[in-house]
Design a protein around this ligand. Sequence first.
Ligand code: AMP
Ligand code: MG
Length: 483
Amino acid sequence: MSRLQFDNRFRTLPASLWSDVSPQPLANPRLIVRSDDALQLLDDTPSAWSDQDLLEAFSGATLMPGMAPIAQKYTGHQFGAYNPELGDGRGLLLGEVVNPRGQHWDLHLKGAGRTPYSRFGDGRAVLRSCIREFLASEALHHLDIATTRAVAVIGSDTPVQRETEERGAMLLRLARSHVRFGHFEYLFHSDQQAAMDALLEQVLALHFPDLANDKDRHFLLFQEITRRTAITVARWQAVGFAHGVMNTDNMSILGDTFDYGPYAFMDGFDPGFICNHTDAGGRYAFNRQPQVALWNLSCLALALSNRIDRERLKAVLDGYGDILHGEYLGLLRQKLGLFDTQADDEGLINDLLTLMAGQRADYTRTFRALCQLDSASGDTPAEDEFSDRDGFRRWARRYAARLRDEPLNDAQRGERLRLRNPRYILRGYLAQQAIEAAEAGDNAPLHTLFAVLRRPFDEQPEHARYADLPPDWAQGLALSCSS
Ligand code: AMP
Ligand code: MG
């Protein structure tokens, strides 16, 4: 195990933004799963780290030299209501690592015990929620969607009370920054002007160096955060991912997918899909994500309104929809192989989505099966995903006619499309099976699932069952914020 270098720059910010907190170790910690892809971001030789090394370095029992853990203070809007009491309530920034390439990575330990911002919470995370965040963040990364990363899940014998008694666990998370929209909301709503300036300048210098010396840098920063947010949300929409708790404290200023709770990848296509069963009003329903992210950006705009002219903030917000739509449409074109642009392409795409929604066709399987299509006849195995095959066949013939205007032949197109339409996604029931096995002491199914999700576009015939439709029992799986 090599020694990591630390450079804990968040600690140089005003003390109202953080508190020193020591992690509280768990009983009998053990390594449940690790991502050497993510560990490689810290150290060039992840294989040199034994499981025991990871536990010693990151389970909170002892601190590595250079670590100086803090809990961050922020606020935010939860389900539309401002909550001034937020902050890292059950996670700590262990430190900021500088890797051998000079890149900085925040090391965040989720589930590390109580902090000054825990309120009524116990400061803990459970095995189930740590595995879910681990799998989702690594899965999204391999789907080319901006996200925080996960190095490891650590399990334990410590009992933690949720709806039932569960076991405490920790997730070691990596991000280039843990600054949230809520950090700026905190400083604005508590009128901390000097701290606001300090945070803005640090964020610019560390994460947006190209903008940092521009006299218009605050405006450019907001514009760039808006752009990144639009791109990330468009990518969620294109892959069928519902975040579930898009509160402003769960929005990263880097546009990373952040703070995984009751998220879900959709099975059957349902635009109004609500993955969080505590979200009765559907505020965070799948098809509302684009507008909710815009609402969140307007909270950030307000927080920056002492620094940026309001009309200019509004102009950026007005441009968000076009950025999101442009990215989304581009992704759907790529998913369908519409590389040239024709007038009715959007109609063709929307008609497919309407058909899928009407019959709850499996989102991932339908697109993947469309990679195999005979453009002479319109025949495609995708029709197996539809109960009303005739309606789908009419669409497929239109699509086939459209494809005949494209330069690629069927085989070439299929090859291209298989790089755009994943065969494997993190279906809720697959996560559930892996979690139940891990809770019973068998981590092998989790390791296999993780390996499959690292190559979502590859056929992996030996793992074909992971691309199956979910079984009937999976329909009733309910997810809540209780993690
Ligand atoms: P989340 O829904 O995970 O984004 O959490 C919202 C807020 O509640 C954050 O400030 C968390 O730190 C805090 N929180 C969530 N769970 C706990 C817990 N078990 N103990 C202490 N704070 C928590
Ligand atoms: Mg959160």
